[in-house]
Write a protein of this length. Structure first.
Length: 179
């Protein structure tokens, strides 16, 4: 009985870290889209910290699930795009960051389709924790992580939708990078 409790606790912890990482990426994207590079840099720092924590916990748990990125042929493209976005945000160059974000969003579209076509669920460890968080408020993009509101730019269109964020994070997590 105690083993199941530990497993569920670890799954819930991983799920919460993944959601926070997703919120930070969405926040960074929204900040880049609106041209607020100072806030984008703060979101980048939080994203990288969350990524390192997530990798440490998932590595310690022996998880080899990379959120399905291994079956996605676009993973390396998304990794490169995200690395370019991170470099542009670090430099504080709003124009380069916006261009990198646009390319990332563009390349995430076919990656989403590839992930959907394989029928691979993004991270089995998320499902166990999801039942533990029932009753959470659902946001406008169908989950409860607040990513839609956080990724709203000046024009009101999300910089990256939920599916794009999932595809990007799957590729990023599979790289083992904290770029």
């Amino acid at each position: 009985m105690s083993v199941n409790g530990v497993g569920n606790s670890n799954a819930q912890s991983l799920y919460q870290m993944y959601r926070q990482q997703k919120r930070d990426l969405a926040s960074m994207a929204g900040d880049v889209q609106s041209g607020d590079m100072s806030s984008a840099q703060q979101a980048l720092t939080a994203f990288q910290s969350d990524s390192a924590s997530l990798q440490a916990v998932s590595g310690a748990s022996g998880s080899s699930d990379n959120n399905g990125a291994g079956s996605n042929p676009y993973a390396s493209v998304l990794q490169t795009d995200l690395t370019n976005l991170i470099a542009a945000v670090r430099s504080g160059n709003s124009s380069d960051a916006q261009s990198a974000l646009a390319k990332l969003g563009q390349d995430a579209q076919p990656a989403q389709s590839a992930s959907s076509a394989t029928g691979h669920h993004h991270g089995h460890h998320h499902a166990a924790a999801a039942s533990a968080t029932s009753g959470a408020q659902t946001d406008s993009d169908g989950d409860s992580d607040g990513s839609s509101a956080a990724s709203q730019g000046a024009a009101g269109a999300p910089a990256l939708n939920r599916q794009a964020l999932n595809a990007i994070l799957a590729a990023y997590d599979s790289s083992g990078s904290t770029a």
